[in-house]
Design a protein around this ligand. Structure first.
Ligand SMILES: Cc1cc2nc3c(=O)[nH]c(=O)nc-3n(C[C@H](O)[C@H](O)[C@H](O)COP(=O)(O)OP(=O)(O)OC[C@H]3O[C@@H](n4cnc5c(N)ncnc54)[C@H](O)[C@@H]3O)c2cc1C
Length: 135
């Protein structure tokens, strides 16, 4: 994956080209370091990527991303690496960005809500006796 580098010396070797490796490499390069990213797979991106096996597409890792409101962690990172303005974002359901069900009660969908207080509030509907545990 490395570009040809005649003297083949680097200040930093980053092993793995997932989000962490790419962010680190970019920030180090911006700080003037000569960086080489090594990736063992055929495509870079780690869990940001999909892959195909027997013509079936597997959606491996990242499906949604949190902490993207102004001032929150990923907002700051994405702004720092210069991609924030290029993203078209849509906020997921505040009362249930994920819904989880179990095999024995497939019709009941337990919501994962956004925000600490709302997370408790939404699950209390299903587990009214469990306030202490949820909190
Ligand atoms: C099923 C699943 C669903 C997820 N869903 C979400 C989600 O919806 N939202 C979210 O924010 N996060 C989600 N995550 C978490 C998110 O994918 C990870 O936090 C993030 O992608 C991790 O990035 P990373 O760079 O640390 O690691 P990775 O993306 O795993 O990248 C590591 C890279 O290192 C390479 N590598 C490993 N060993 C070597 C080696 N010896 N030499 C060279 N290369 C090597 C790997 O091939 C890979 O490309 C999910 C994770 C999984 C597994």
């Amino acid at each position: 994956m490395a570009e040809e580098n005649k003297d083949e010396t680097y200040d930093v070797i980053v092993i793995g080209s997932g989000l962490s490796g790419l962010f680190s490499a970019l920030l180090l390069a911006r700080a003037g370091k000569k960086v080489c990213v090594l990736e063992k797979n055929q495509q870079y991106g780690g869990n940001l990527q999909t892959f195909k096996r027997n013509h079936i597409l597997f959606d491996t890792g990242v499906h949604y991303v949190g902490s993207l409101s102004e001032g929150q962690v990923l907002y700051e990172y994405f702004k720092e690496v210069g991609i924030m303005q290029d993203l078209s974002l849509e906020r997921l359901d505040l009362n249930g960005y994920d819904r989880i069900c179990f095999g024995d009660t497939p019709d009941v969908m337990y919501p994962h809500a956004q925000g600490y207080e709302n997370f408790v509030k939404q699950l209390l509907i299903y587990f009214p006796e469990e306030r202490k545990a949820l909190e």
